[in-house]
Design a protein around this ligand. Sequence first.
Ligand code: NDP
Length: 414
Amino acid sequence: MLSQPCCLNTHLTCAVCIPIFLPLTVLFLICLSRSPEASLFQWPPPLPSADQLWDPLAPVLLLGWFALHAVIYLMPLGKVSEGLVLRDGTRLKYPINGFHGLCISGVFLMLLLGLGAPLGYLFELLLPLAVCAIAVSFLFSIYLYIRSFWAPSHALALGGNTGNPLYDFFIGRELNPRIGDFDLKYFCELRPGLIGWVVINLGMLMKEVELRGSPSLAMILVNSFQLLYVADALWNEEAVLTTMDIVHDGFGFMLVFGDLAWVPFTYGLQAAFLVVHPQTLSSLKAAAIIALNGIGYYIFRQSNSQKNQFRRDPTHPSVTRLETIATATGKRLLVSGWWGLVRHPNYLGDLLMALAWSLPCGFSYLLPYFYVIYFTVLLIHREARDERQCRAKYGLAWDTYCRRVPYRIFPYIY
Ligand code: NDP
């Protein structure tokens, strides 16, 4: 519950402004990526005409895409895992078949390409698709808000029930809204938006082929790096069951919009940018960028796996040789290995990858660096929030960890 008035006011201002500001930002960034200047500071900004914003094909494609993934979700593929224990002592079951969803989507797209479907048309459809995804996010969040009033009190998120309709709509009232066994939050978290992101990237690549006969090295790198990231997230889908999004946060506009509109339409801006602003990349530069992405991925995957393994089974041979410190909660903290390098090695790896996704776009424009700049701010803020929670949870043991491992994300810098 929000108790302090100034805190409430700040949160309320965010809850009112963000649903207006962020959708406009998505549309603005797409418009910029295809304007010749592609400057974040250009004035007046490039405004789209009404017919650029709407195409009747967009809602058909978007709803068809959601339906395809809903069907895959319901197919008896992969294993079924249990989430963490809920307040009423029960545990929900989740199908772990997101990676199947990616593979089936891949086969489906290859078939479409084989049949001559003009996938490059996604470039023209990008704005109408984003408009529809934003509209779906609003309508879906309103549905979630209304249905939450029929949910039992133990099914509500602790942070999303202040009584202020705007704030609760934004943060989300219900923790795990479901239709039967179909978990709406878990479904949206990694599937239609995340897989949609790499499909949009493929569409941009095909547009480049249409325009220039073959995809550029820069476009191939951006597509491959981001596909690796998405495939990794889906391969490790089970890990999402212990994240803050699933465990603590209600399902409201913030998550819905983030999953369905923000991620697919802003994370892949580099590919859309490259269609209009082609870049030549020497083999040497490409090799350096591939190495950077490889190093980032290695740090990201190894550190996340090390902590997940340690939390799941601290007696596993891969983690028993690591140094740890005890905490009053009974849980231990790693102070060597990746978690002895900095306090958030997984963020470090993620940020190195984010930089590698922008570098193929050269240094003449700031726009392709939007993701790495936004992501740095997001992860610094997330790190501070996690740090506060860990200090509250582990007290003195956390202070000892901070003394042993003084840097948060970047060794010797931050
Ligand atoms: P983390 O995986 O970083 O988990 C933080 C938690 O880990 C802490 O709350 C604590 O929980 C535990 N922990 C912290 N230090 C230690 C230690 N020394 N030893 C053992 N356990 C420790 O959380 P996130 O969900 O923020 O990040 C997960 C991944 O997702 C990251 O790689 C991140 O980069 C990525 N991410 C990507 C985003 C995107 O948009 N692309 C957005 C957000 C995250 P406890 O002790 O309770 O287990």
